[in-house]
Ligand binder design. Sequence first.
Ligand SMILES: O=c1ccn([C@@H]2O[C@H](COP(=O)(O)OP(=O)(O)O[C@H]3O[C@@H](CO)[C@H](O)[C@H]3O)[C@@H](O)[C@H]2O)c(=O)[nH]1
Ligand SMILES: [Mn+2]
Length: 391
Amino acid sequence: MAQPSSHVTAPLKDELDIVIPTIRNLDFLEQWRPFFQPYHLIIVQDGDPSKNILVPDGFDCELYNRNDVNRVLGPKSSCISFKDSACRCFGFLVSKKKYIFTIDDDCFVGKDPSGKEINALAQHIQNLLTPSTPFFFNTLYDPFREGVDFVRGYPFSLRGGVPTAISHGLWLNIPDYDAPTQLVKPLERNTRYVDAVLTIPKGTLFPMCGMNLAFDRELIGPAMYFGLMGDGQPIGRYDDMWAGWCAKNSTAISCANSHLIDKIEETETLFNVCGFQVICDHLSLGVKTGLPYIWHSKASNPFVNLKKEYKGIYWQEDIIPFFQSVVLPKDCTTVQQCYLELSKLVKEKLSPVDPYFNKLGHAMVTWIEAWDLLNSPAQEPAAPVDGVKQN
Ligand SMILES: O=c1ccn([C@@H]2O[C@H](COP(=O)(O)OP(=O)(O)O[C@H]3O[C@@H](CO)[C@H](O)[C@H]3O)[C@@H](O)[C@H]2O)c(=O)[nH]1
Ligand SMILES: [Mn+2]
């Protein structure tokens, strides 16, 4: 039985938005109520905007449908996917908070091996508020966790770590498998709860899943674009992957932290830390994966998924070497600058793979334009008109 909300703390209550992409009524929120009720929800309704999405009473939320997306962004709405969970990044765009937690509507509260309900949001916040260690691997995992520390031989000059930009949670029950794996292992369920949080090492890419994900919007929000997927696009189910490859390569320290850039470069020289000199390592921040777990309740149709994924499965044999080869100019000191540089390289280097990447490169620019438009100090906060605002 979930703890009554009076017993659940709500860290960062006014600094975090919960973004949910959906095509269905949000009954799943009832189970999350003790953990989510104190927070503001941004619901991105995909598909038919005339469909009425029911949200349980008592949640502070705003709901945007496609009419709202088109109204808020005008022609720039072309960069927001339709009929794909990639639409969730519109919620990242309109939020005014420092942190984002995004979750799918078929993800429920998981239980740890002791049977205790997992407050996934609190664990993500813990992950984001403690440093990452991308430059040197701590073999006892997260050194900033209660009851853990750096092990012998860990350089003291690196023990401060770097700020954490992304917290990537995992899933009990239905794992996030690609369609071929789903097809050959239809009954496989993830029952293994691994009690660990790891920093993904510098220079290493990872397959980011969007169903249980949190990030620091001020540090890497502009890189968390979920691409062009779904309706009218040759690919789907690579939305979160694309964002993860870019974001892992786009975590950049704003000018305000430029002193840290010097330290990182000094550290890199000192330890000859060489990674793929992409945006992430260009001005690294940390990315963590592991706890928290959610309970992923249903598998999407593997045949439908195969149709969405198949081009991505062979394209990525070119995409990954591309990201691993990216080098960025030293004068890229903000995420936006890094991301725009990346968009140029995507058009130049990946459009020979398929013309889609030329379109995607342009959409990356449109996304940054939309980001800067909606996040400029003078800009009034967006508000749903066609969607529903509930208190
Ligand atoms: O057209 C659509 C379809 C779905 N949604 C919403 O998106 C999430 C995820 O949907 P679902 O759980 O059905 O799909 P999964 O295959 O389990 O999703 C995983 O695959 C990734 C592919 O993008 C995704 O990030 C993972 O979470 C739900 O909330 C649906 O309501 C949608 O908005 N539009
Ligand atoms: Mn799902």
